[in-house]
Design a binder for this molecule. Structure first.
Ligand code: HEM
Length: 307
């Protein structure tokens, strides 16, 4: 494999790892494992968490009493949370390797690529700091939204680097630039609305002791209705982009992201409806989150293919 190709493959692996970390975070939440490790960066004061209550440190109550959570030890929750942290750690290592490689390969020739990779390191540091805040403050809404937006920024950087390395001719089309920018803004609004709905689900589910899923949707406020209806506007924007691209001759490099955008938005709406009409199945929640993150990246990549 030539070295440029290998670097591109590594960049793609970084993007996939970011999505895996997003998915792992979603699974942590739907299994209510978020506080499985009540302290950070260690777990019950240990680097490898306990597998049963007998292995807990004598003063383990001090970790639990700092949080508003159940005081019974649950090994399942602890390990899910710990694996999630492990995935995040591995992504961190991948990013360090990325920065070193980018330095070696591009620092002199194309410094922008090197500095973009460095900014991933900075965002990862901010995520870790925010992660600590989330643990310490019992998951506040602003921190959850901030966490989500930083995760999207993290995935956006390697997407941007791929675009910089893409030698294919970009498409010059003013109207598509405007429509894709508008679609991105609408989508980001929808993501922020979604994180509010998610916060409400967190509160409702907790108040019902994570049971009676059939009641969760009925207890959401008007933001849920807005989120549901707004998805039609996002879908229209994605559909319009797809239609414009299909009308345009020589728009080969736009076809893939335009199609992926349309497929993802339809999938997202279907998953949303499954949550709304089938009592919020736990497996759908992380998928809804993953697909929305992917849609943001797909639209971003679309935009980067326009000159
Ligand atoms: C363009 C389409 C959509 C996008 C981009 C989108 C995006 C999002 C995002 C980013 C979240 C936050 C997820 C999290 O932080 O875990 C969310 C949550 C949610 N969305 Fe959507 N959504 C869309 C359509 C819909 C539709 C059509 C419905 C319902 C009919 C819906 C129902 C929900 C529900 C119930 C939640 C809370 C999920 C949870 O607690 O895990 N969404 N959405």
């Amino acid at each position: 494999m030539n070295r440029n190709r290998a670097y591109i493959r590594y960049t793609q692996a970084v993007i996939i790892s970011v999505f895996l970390v997003i998915l792992a975070g979603g699974i942590v939440r739907t299994t209510q494992s978020g506080m499985g490790c009540p302290d950070w960066p260690r777990c019950f004061g240990r680097w490898i968490p306990p597998v049963n209550a007998g292995q807990l440190p004598p003063d383990y109550e001090k970790y639990l009493s700092a949080q508003d959570i159940d005081h019974t030890f649950n090994a399942w929750h602890t390990w899910i949370e710990w694996i999630n942290r492990l995935c995040t750690g591995l992504l961190g290592l991948l990013i360090i390797g990325y920065v070193c490689w980018s330095y070696k390969k591009f620092y002199r020739l194309r410094p922008a690529i090197f500095w973009l990779s460095v900014s991933m390191l900075a965002i990862t540091g901010m995520e870790a700091w925010l992660g600590k805040l989330v643990v310490n403050s019992n998951l506040g809404i602003f921190k959850i939204t901030g966490h989500m937006l930083l995760a999207l920024a993290l995935a956006a950087i390697p997407v941007r680097i791929l675009a910089l390395l893409d030698k294919r001719q970009k498409i010059r089309k003013r109207s598509l630039k405007w429509i894709s920018a508008a679609a991105m803004i609408l989508l980001l609004i929808q993501v922020i609305l979604g994180t509010d709905v998610r916060q409400q689900i967190d509160q409702v589910s907790k108040s019902l002791d994570y049971t009676h899923r059939e009641l969760w949707i009925s207890r959401l406020n008007v933001v849920f209705d807005i989120h549901r209806s707004f998805s039609w506007i996002v879908a229209l924007a994605c559909g319009f982009l797809y239609w414009k691209v299909s009308q345009l001759k020589g728009s080969g490099i736009l076809k893939r992201p335009a199609t992926a955008g349309l497929v993802l938005v339809v999938l997202l709406m279907a998953l949303g409806m499954v949550m709304a009409f089938c009592n919020v199945p736990a497996w759908v929640q992380p998928l809804h989150l993953l697909c929305s993150s992917m849609l943001v990246m797909v639209l971003f990549s679309f935009r980067l293919r326009l000159s």
